[in-house]
Design a protein around this ligand. Structure first.
Ligand code: SF4
Length: 236
């Protein structure tokens, strides 16, 4: 079973206390706001639109709920000669990632990570670098890694009908070179996050600007409690 995922890696990149709480104190998470819920739903819709534009692939995530099985099935589908996979799943160095779309060209693969924003952020590039590290480490020959974001305002995209998805829905950024250059840095970050997860108690990190950047941390309520309130909650 993988120790880290794309999502937990990014939480740890934001704050080591965030990844620790997410791993061991999930029940202390703040409730999801309506805005966050809408964001997740919008993300799923945009993902489905991307699959329509890269039509004819197999969605690996439909095969099983077990991540170990998904990793094995991805390898099988690749060996069987499939050329488009959605949510292809890879594990390397105890990190598990699922790639939105992978497309075979010759003997190599092009990876497309789909974002439902109109701009690619530095966090998206760090996310891409992690996926590249894991896929390359697990033996996938990668030709290019592309980040994709919307060409149209998100509000308008959410109202689009599936039959009317425009072919220019996405703009692409080739981040292959960046990902390659980040390989050692990514490995160091993974090592550091594993060290944090092995700590015997919650790391002592104060709240600050990092609690809202790049995302609003799900443990702000917990971290803003007094030590007395925390102790009562944890040991009640
Ligand atoms: S609220 Fe801030 S300090 Fe607490 S875990 Fe989240 S990011 Fe870290």
């Amino acid at each position: 079973m993988a120790l880290l995922t794309k999502s937990t890696f990014l939480k740890g990149h934001q704050c080591h206390k965030y990844i620790y709480l997410d791993k061991y104190y999930k029940k202390e998470k703040d409730p999801l706001s309506d805005e966050q819920r809408k964001k997740y739903e919008g993300g799923h819709l945009v993902g489905a639109m991307a699959q329509k534009l890269f039509a004819g692939g197999i969605d690996v995530s439909n095969i099983s709920r077990s991540r170990d099985v998904l990793v094995q099935e991805t390898q099988k589908l690749i060996e069987q000669g499939n050329i488009i996979l959605y949510e292809a799943t890879f594990e390397y160095n105890n990190v598990l990632v699922m790639a939105d779309i992978i497309l075979k060209e010759g003997d190599e693969w092009k990876i497309f990570e789909i974002k439902s924003s109109q701009k690619i952020s530095d966090t998206n590039r760090i996310d891409a670098a992690l996926q590249y590290y894991v896929m390359k480490g697990s033996g996938l020959p990668i030709k290019e890694f592309h980040l994709s974001c919307l060409n149209y305002p998100r509000v308008g995209v959410i109202e689009m009908k599936m039959e009317e998805v425009p072919t220019d829905l996405f703009q692409f950024e080739n981040v292959t070179l960046f990902c390659e250059e980040q390989l050692d840095i990514t490995e160091d970050k993974i090592k550091s996050l594993k060290t944090t997860l092995a700590l015997p108690s919650i790391p002592n990190i104060a709240t600050g600007e990092h609690c809202d950047y790049p995302y609003t941390c799900e443990f702000k309520g917990f971290c803003n409690k007094s030590q007395e309130e925390i102790n009562e909650g944890l040991f009640s």
